[in-house]
Design a protein around this ligand. Structure first.
Ligand SMILES: Cc1cc2nc3c(=O)[nH]c(=O)nc-3n(C[C@H](O)[C@H](O)[C@H](O)COP(=O)(O)OP(=O)(O)OC[C@H]3O[C@@H](n4cnc5c(N)ncnc54)[C@H](O)[C@@H]3O)c2cc1C
Length: 349
């Protein structure tokens, strides 16, 4: 077999890498000038398996998330999983302490002194928080680049500034796509174009329902180690992505002036929340459009004639290592992966 993979975000890069490792000749087509040109570059990239909200078939993948990230860390040079754990609280002490509040696997409810020990620069630790020691974070851009570099080392060809304009079946058993530079063909087309999936698939598979959900991320320079864990409060989420640089999830609002105020407000709240934050500087903020299928990940053949295989999901930074491995397994063996059973697209008859 041979594969055309469309889109070099975290999903396409993982699929390309896992296929290439199994000896499949892969061509990766990306409309941007580099990997992670889409929403992947604007991701908070919190990796964990304890969050309550895992829609549809994502629940079947959850148990593999951390193991596959650990595997990739060992396989790819220069990729680091920051094993910081996370601390979350709602801001309503009664809610945080609610006896019935369900904790996920590996989560603990901890009190003020433990919170202060884990996050010593926090000015006013809350009474209670949920601590998830196994939670981690990655640098999503670095991980995507590392996946592409490793795919290339296994023979993958990457074409940047190459926009796929339509999907079509051509030349007997080969599948093809159109680009402004002409058609490209392979035995399998894997569509991993994030929010671009719906538009490209529309003529072939009108049932694919993928929303583009906006979320805003700010980058901040900060004294190294100012924030130790992933801190998720009701008014912002923050983590250190690399030494001296913080990612801050800003409440998203529409309108550029309102968004600028929201980013400034979140930044000021961050500074008020942490001792030693006087030297923090807001570098900028950007809004990414997250591909969000209504009922969880959509992974599988999008058409009855198997001309296009699609992979689109939310929380793809968490899921991409697992999904890339399973997709490569099923495409190379032609045996459907049972873990992906509940992720299949509904295919028109
Ligand atoms: C603020 C924020 C916080 C987030 N936090 C988390 C988190 O904590 N954990 C988590 O797991 N996820 C998180 N996410 C979501 C996560 O970032 C996405 O699920 C993930 O990046 C999607 O990856 P993707 O590869 O599907 O899409 P993309 O990264 O968008 O990749 C698709 C690629 O396809 C290319 N493309 C599109 N159309 C075409 C075409 N026609 N031809 C060629 N190329 C094309 C694009 O240029 C792009 O590079 C967050 C997102 C945001 C914005």
């Amino acid at each position: 077999m041979s594969a055309l993979v469309i889109g070099a975000g975290i999903v396409g890069s993982s699929v390309a890498y896992h296929l290439a490792r199994r000896g499949v000749p892969v061509t990766l087509l990306e409309q941007g000038p580099a990997p992670a040109a889409g929403v992947t570059r604007d991701s908070f990239a919190w990796i964990g398996d304890s969050k309550a909200d895992w829609p549809g078939g994502a629940r079947d993948l959850r148990e593999y998330v951390l193991a596959d990230h650990h595997r990739l860390e060992a396989e790819l040079p220069h990729t680091t999983l920051r094993r910081t754990g996370s601390l979350s609280w709602t801001g309503t002490p009664a809610e945080d302490a609610r006896p019935g509040l369900e904790l996920g696997p590996g989560q603990f409810r901890i009190g003020r002194s433990d919170i202060a020990a884990l996050e010593p620069n926090l000015r006013h630790p809350p009474e209670q928080a949920i601590h998830t020691p196994s939670d981690a974070g990655v640098d999503p851009i670095a991980l995507t680049r590392a996946l592409v570099a490793a795919a290339v080392a296994h023979g993958t060809r990457v074409l940047y500034n190459t926009s796929v304009t339509s999907l079509q079946v051509t030349k007997g058993r080969s599948k093809g796509v159109l680009t402004p530079a002409g058609p490209r063909t392979a035995s399998t087309v894997v569509l991993t174009a994030g929010i671009g999936v719906s538009q490209l698939c529309e003529p072939l598979s009108p049932h694919l329902d993928v929303a583009a959900s906006p979320a805003t991320l700010a980058r901040i320079t900060a004294p190294p180690g100012l924030v130790k864990a992933i801190v998720a409060r009701p008014d912002f989420e923050v983590r250190e992505v690399q030494e001296g640089e913080l990612l801050l999830v800003v409440p998203h609002v529409e309108g550029s002036a309102a968004l600028a105020r929201s980013a400034q407000l979140a930044f000021q709240r961050l500074k008020m929340a942490f001792r030693g934050s006087e030297q923090c500087r807001l570098l900028g903020y950007r809004t990414g459009r997250r591909p969000m299928p209504a009922h969880g990940p959509v992974i599988g053949y999008a058409t009855r004639d198997r001309s296009v295989y699609v992979a689109v999901m939310h929380s793809a930074i968490c899921l991409a290592p697992t999904v890339g491995r399973l997709i490569a397994d099923e495409l190379t063996t032609d045996r459907p992966a049972p873990e992906l059973k509940r992720c299949r697209p509904s295919v028109a008859r």
